[in-house]
Design a protein. Structure first.
Lengths: 134, 94
């Protein structure tokens, strides 16, 4: 399934609906649907807030064997160093904690694969969730 | 659909889906909290880092005056992401 969404926070409702339709059609359990919603929201929201560039993000969601693969493509996006984002010290005391980086920290922990590429002025983030027993 | 309100015992009740598009509403509502308070998640289906960041900010503000939020009735999915975020270390979660 593939669909393009305006690059704005108001797209989150339709985006969740798109994921929900896929989850229903493929019988995904509640936990998987929750984590995919979360990961896609975090990535999409980053594209809205910090990505610059084009007005739309195209989201593709597919099953490849036992792997659920979601790809978000943002033409015209500003490159960023994904490796330096989302480093959160969860042991830090309350006074030291900030919300910065928490979204990508969650994405890295709830998904089995997170790959960021930027080619030809286009950002592409591929999220993978293994649906098998292990 | 997300909503926030007060329960019969003064607790804050969250319901529905708290995503990044709803975060200003919850930020505004929680800005009036000045003392220790229970936040009831029983009817909350979903939360992302945007809402979690607001809760973290409120907890930091309250802690300056010796107060805190207590989070109750989290569903297992929300409980798990709060664990991943290390919120066990900064909130009382029951």
């Amino acid at each position: 399934m593939e669909r393009s969404f305006p690059r704005e926070l108001n797209s989150l409702g339709p985006l969740f609906g798109f994921i929900g339709d896929f989850a229903f059609a493929h019988g995904l359990d509640d936990g998987t649907a929750f984590t995919v919603n979360l990961a896609v929201e975090e990535v999409f929201t980053n594209m809205v807030k910090y990505g610059g560039g084009g007005d739309e993000v195209t989201v593709t969601i597919e099953l490849h064997g036992d792997d659920l693969v979601v790809e978000l493509v943002h033409p015209g996006a500003i490159p960023f160093d994904a490796g330096k984002k989302g480093k959160v010290d969860v042991e830090e005391a309350l006074a030291e904690r900030t919300p910065g980086g928490l979204g990508l920290h969650l994405v890295r922990n709830v998904m089995d694969g997170v790959v960021y590429t930027h080619h030809d002025d286009c950002a592409r983030i591929t999220l993978t969730k293994h649906l098998g027993g292990d | 659909m997300f909503d926030i309100g007060r329960g019969n015992n003064g607790e804050i009740r969250l319901s529905g889906r708290l995503d990044a598009s709803q975060v200003e509403l919850v930020r505004e509502q929680l800005s009036s909290v000045k003392a220790s308070c229970v936040v009831d998640f029983e009817a909350l289906d979903y939360i992302s880092s945007a809402g979690m960041g607001v809760l973290l900010g409120v907890q930091k503000r309250l802690s300056d005056g010796g107060h805190s939020l207590t989070l109750v009735n989290l569903n297992r999915h929300i409980r798990e992401i709060f664990r991943i975020a290390g919120f066990d270390n900064v909130f009382s979660i029951k």
